[in-house]
Design a protein around this ligand. Sequence first.
Ligand code: GUN
Length: 291
Amino acid sequence: MTTVIDGNEIADRIRADVSDCAARLSEEGVNPGLATVLMSDDGASETYVSMKQRACEETGIRGIHQELDPDEPAEVLLNRIDELNDDPTVHGILVQMPVPDHVDSRAVLERIDPAKDVDGFHPENVGRLVAGDARFKPCTPHGVQKLLESAGVDPEGKDAVVVGRSDIVGKPMANLLIQKTAGGNATTTVCHSRTDDLAAKTREADLVVAAAGVPEMITGDMLSEGCTVVDVGVNRVDADTEKGYELVGDVEFESAKGKADAITPVPGGVGPMTIAMLMYNTVKAASLQSG
Ligand code: GUN
């Protein structure tokens, strides 16, 4: 029997713990605060940000949401980040990516105070992660680690294949999987759009983390019997539904489920974990800044 890993249930447990920590900090006079900044008209980005703000409310974190017109010059966003950096009631800052083309995303990430960078995308925090001394682990790969731990899948000694090399998921995921600490110690291969024979790599894997952003690209015939499959993909594909689309992962669920011992669904797998780990990082930021 294949285990379908329930991300909602695991995320709820983490959020309950985070909520307790937030309440304890508040009693000490520090109410954790997360600022989200959206500079985009993209419907998916709007949805993600509103989910993050709702999670703040439910966790006892003060959510501050700001929206900027996507036509504004980059300077307006950078000035807004400066204000949030200087605001002692704001402990975490998240600028939803992607930003408009005329805004240099690197300049944006570098402008955020590394102590408030709850995404873990600032070069200082990326460096700490690679050095094995992470301050804020990026939320999605950290969520994958927690999912695996809860499902009783230990990557140690396993052959892991990460499909995708994004700064947000693929690269930090690979870095976490090769760490010498719990949740790491996997022999890790990173595949991407220029990989010659992807199926040959994934067929060798005990653990596949699919994060390429290509709908249903990983099919059952590309997997080994008994592997673990984590699907990070969230792709909107046209469908005859009320919204006109449906969400599918990077994995073709039914055929993959036929091969895997454990698999995450979309939705209800990695997605809720990303938000739970953002709440975790925000409370951690507040705690570090108050102590
Ligand atoms: N866009 C897609 N995923 C993320 C994320 O984890 N953080 C931010 N800031 N933007 C994103």
